[in-house]
Design a binder for this molecule. Sequence first.
Ligand code: AKB
Length: 339
Amino acid sequence: MRKEVVLITGANGEIGHGLIEYLGETCGMQIVAIDVVPLDESIRKYCVRFVQGDILDGMLLGRLVAEYDIRTIYHLASILSTKAEYNPEAAHRVNVEGTLNLLRLANEQAQWQGQPVKFLYPSSIAAYGLPSLEVKNSAGKVKEQDFCNPTTMYGINKLYCEHLGRYYSNHYRQLAADRARNSLDFRAIRFPGLISAQTVPTGGTSDYGPEMLHAAAQGIPYACFVRPDARLPFMAMPDAVKALIELEAAPREKLSQLVYNVTSFSPSAAELREIVLGAFPGAEITFAPHAARQGIVDSWPADVDDSAARRDWGWKPDYDQERAFKEYLLPAIIQRYQK
Ligand code: AKB
């Protein structure tokens, strides 16, 4: 008998850390993890197997299919928005071809098992592209189907992979006589910027939020790369993990769409600075906007409408802005850097 497992790609990334710890501690799941870099010791203990390798490596994925009954896939691996702009074609390979490999693997697994494999896909507010700052400022809470004209390679990749998920779920090999039905159960969440107390992101454009906080906690001066009035939706990492877990557990018949917005709070960069200064009064936080990165932030919504997630699977963040900082981020970050 092959072991039933949950497969997590991009395991050593920000969401991977929180998700693996949660699944390992709370659900006792059998986790197989993949990442191109070694897995941190702190989460290694929760995994039955860690494979250091690339999701573009077909042989590696093929070996996993042969060894395990993969029931659920959390496909977290991707190259984020800022990094992707420095090598868009490489980002496309990882973000799109990598996802295609995982979708194919899920499909193959489902054939062996005779039941759909769940595929959890973290998409992003980067899937949106608002045409101007004026439109952004007047758009209000943006719904899933609106303004889907992303300007970054990462955003385009995310939006396209949402469509690939729909294709593999509903239309894969639609002309084949032996066409398999219901082989993939694809579920995507468009995440806002995420802020974790445990990890600092790299390569993203919403990174100014977490960077500002982590720098202040370490007494390092920080020059914020967006204007004080730049506004994006954000969420504390435990809520991001909770969203993935809850969407995974939701009964399929309750889900009226494949892609859901989730969000919690939407501070401007100036408001974030005030909160951080409140906790670390001596912190040196200045603004040195980078025009191109600012342009990316200006194309992302200031707020998103997550009413579909609330209605269909009971989504509600545990951490609003005040609670996120007071009860999660500040205590954990202060403890982390005091060590
Ligand atoms: C990024 O900035 O690229 C990511 C995202 C918003 O998906 N954090």
